[in-house]
Design a protein around this ligand. Structure first.
Ligand code: ATP
Length: 387
């Protein structure tokens, strides 16, 4: 549906987007994830036709969009702050796109087609009601925009963006202005709405959890370049570079003997508890745990049958905090350096014997103090070998 090929955008001497390529199929949701200033908003704007391309091309349904202005592309945009019309009520905002003559077609129509008549008033009212139900705001039509909470405003903005059945929905940090709990809830809802409406969407965000919740595919962007692109679970489980791994939440990096010890401990723990999936086979999607992709795929020939790295393998083992749990039954031992509560666990910095500094998790409410000796269980879920 969308094909972005080696797109470059420059601002004077700044190369904001550097030969970025992406493909998006009908009904897919792709998240472009990266730190502030990496160029993700510029890429989104270039796709929308709001930035000039210094090189490369953007195609929709196979057609080059070079000469197609923004309002004729059949795309809808939604930004961080929703940008609702203050002088219109909720129904007026949601119905606004339905009052315009339609160019560029919707998801149901070919890209190049003549402008179509706007909908009649009763048909518009029905559609607005349907859209408000879709975003969980039935009966909100006559509310003034200024009386809505931030989350409600974003839902209205989403309903407005979906009104014209865009062939592509472009979302720029759609949830960033909201507080954390609302963001998490709305991310789940948004995912459901995109799936239910079969909307093809491209989302830019700096929040890896948001990308993980919303998207089928992820593209990691640093310094204007796409560093890795693929199905969300795959990127989550097998980051291609240390930069990608750090950005999606891996905090500990080990090599050589320390890496081998942790992997051996994980293999041992998984053999000791046969109900748990084998580290080599798991690929299921979980909300925070990546899964070790080791020898099962044939891509890691120097990972031994017990899941351990063989001597001489120089690859880096990346660990999420969840890969190491403080547990009296664990096979590793170490000394607590620091500990502090996080949302549903205790985050622990440890000096593991023979391994060194790592981050781990303790059970919620556990009292751990610097100097305490603890045992630690290693879990293959939450580990990845960097290529
Ligand atoms: N209109 C502009 N003129 C000049 N430079 C710009 C312009 N827009 C963006 N840039 C620069 O291009 C780079 C990429 O900016 P962009 O807004 O795309 O990043 P981003 O990843 O979306 O960041 P953020 O998450 O902070 O919005 C930055 O260095 C920025 O300063």
């Amino acid at each position: 549906m969308l094909s972005v090929d080696a797109v470059t955008v420059r601002f004077g001497d700044t190369v904001a987007v550097d030969a970025a390529s992406l493909d998006l199929r009908h009904g897919q949701v792709l998240a472009v994830l990266g730190p502030s200033g990496c160029g993700k908003s510029t890429l989104l704007r270039a796709i929308a036709g709001l930035e000039e391309l210094a090189a490369g091309s953007v195609r929709a349904e196979g057609r080059d969009l070079r000469d197609v202005p923004t309002h004729r592309r059949g795309f809808a945009l939604m930004f961080q702050d929703g940008q609702l019309f203050r002088h219109l009520d909720v129904a007026g905002n949601v119905g606004y796109p339905l009052r315009l003559p339609r160019h560029g077609g919707s998801v149901r129509e070919p890209l190049s087609q003549p402008a179509r008549e706007p909908l009649s008033q009763p048909a518009r009212a029905d559609r607005v009601q349907e859209l408000l139900e879709t975003v969980g705001l039935p009966g909100y039509g006559s509310r003034e925009v200024s009386t809505l909470s931030g989350g409600e405003q974003q839902r209205v903005a989403l309903a407005r963006a979906l009104a014209a059945e865009p062939r592509l929905l472009l979302l720029d940090e759609p949830l960033s202005a909201l507080d954390r709990s609302l963001r998490e809830r709305l991310a789940g809802d948004l995912r459901g709405i995109l799936t239910a409406t079969g909307t093809t969407a491209l989302l830019v965000t700096h929040d890896h959890d948001e990308a993980f919740t919303l998207a089928d595919r992820m593209a990691l962007m640093f310094d204007g370049r796409i560093a890795q692109e693929g199905p969300t679970e795959e990127v989550w489980a097998a980051p291609a570079t240390r930069e990608v791994a750090e950005f999606i939440g891996f905090g500990t990096f080990l090599e050589a003997e320390p890496a081998r010890r942790v992997m051996a401990a994980a293999a041992q723990a998984s053999n000791a508890t046969p109900m748990r999936p084998d580290v080599r086979d798991v690929s299921a999607r979980t909300s925070h745990g990546a899964h070790l992709v080791a020898s099962g795929s044939g891509s890691s020939p120097t990972v031994g049958h017990d899941g351990a790295l063989l001597p001489g393998d120089e690859r880096v083992l990346a660990l999420r905090r969840s890969a190491l749990r403080v547990d009296p039954a664990g096979s590793l031992e170490g000394t607590v350096v620091a500990a502090g509560a996080v949302s549903d666990a205790v985050r622990v910095e440890l000096d593991l014997d023979g391994i060194g500094a790592v981050e781990a998790l303790g059970d919620q409410g556990s009292t751990l103090r610097p100097g305490d000796r603890v045992r630690v269980r290693a879990d293959g879920a939450g580990m990845a070998l960097l290529p």
